[in-house]
Design a protein. Structure first.
Length: 117
């Protein structure tokens, strides 16, 4: 009798062959995980989206690298803007104000908004 393969078996088989090339260049390391993270990894593999726990961790690390690059880029942008501000202040291109000035402007805006409503 012919046994029907599980749904997605061909895709998993093809992906396994493709991914085995990537896995060959991996290094094995031991890491400690919280139980909730281990369960999350196991569920990700059980879902069929990943073929192994290593794939889940590799994708998580790739996402972390992207997030860190974005964070560094944002920090670099902020630093550049701060330097521009410092240069402008050195040239005397700024307005002096106090906390009371800011509060007064905020109260004016609020009064306008409430008057318009």
């Amino acid at each position: 009798m012919f046994n029907m393969p599980q749904p997605g078996w061909l895709q998993r088989t093809l992906l396994a062959g493709y991914r085995s090339v990537r896995v060959a260049s991996m290094t094995t390391v031991a890491i400690a995980l919280k139980e909730e993270h281990q369960k999350f990894i196991e569920e990700a593999v059980k879902s069929g989206r990943y073929l192994s726990e290593s794939e889940v961790v590799a994708e998580a690390l790739s996402e972390l690298k992207i997030r860190d690059a974005i964070r560094r880029s944002k920090i670099d942008d902020i630093r550049a803007k701060v330097l521009i501000g410092i240069e402008q202040a050195d040239r005397g291109e700024f307005d002096e104000f106090s906390a009371e000035d800011i509060k007064a402007q905020g109260r004016e805006r609020l009064a306008k908004q409430q008057g318009a409503a």
